[in-house]
Design a binder for this molecule. Structure first.
Ligand SMILES: *[C@@H]1O[C@H](CO)[C@@H](O)[C@H](O)[C@H]1NC(C)=O
Length: 101
């Protein structure tokens, strides 16, 4: 009646059921999490604003960046990319963007 194969079958079935339950709970916990990172950027000083001969603009400035990324880090976070984008308009181009990560 309670052969080795039956016991092994019950053990494997129970293990797979627990694994499926844990997977469902992990997916649900990630689905319910809604991260709300906040950031403030303040330009402290503009040292230089220069138009280069090749048409590029060069700016040297300092920022004060305060960011709270705590809510982004969960058990499921592998990597977080943070970058700063400066957007400005000129008569020639309506939208110019500069990125720095
Ligand atoms: C930068 O900002 C933080 C708060 O956002 C402030 O406490 C700190 O004094 C500022 N630092 C400078 C150098 O302005």
């Amino acid at each position: 009646m309670h052969s080795v194969m039956l016991r092994a079958n019950a053990l494997v079935t129970f293990s797979v059921a627990i694994l499926a339950l844990m997977c469902a709970m992990a997916s649900l916990s990630d689905y319910l999490n809604s991260p709300s990172p906040t950031a403030q950027v303040q330009v402290l000083n503009v040292y230089r604003f220069q138009k280069k001969r090749n048409g590029d603009d060069e700016v040297s400035l300092t920022f004060n960046i305060s960011a709270n990324l705590q809510s982004v880090f969960t058990w499921n976070t592998k990597q977080v990319f943070v970058f700063l984008a400066a957007e400005y308009g000129t008569p020639k181009n309506a939208l110019n963007q500069v990125y720095r990560s």
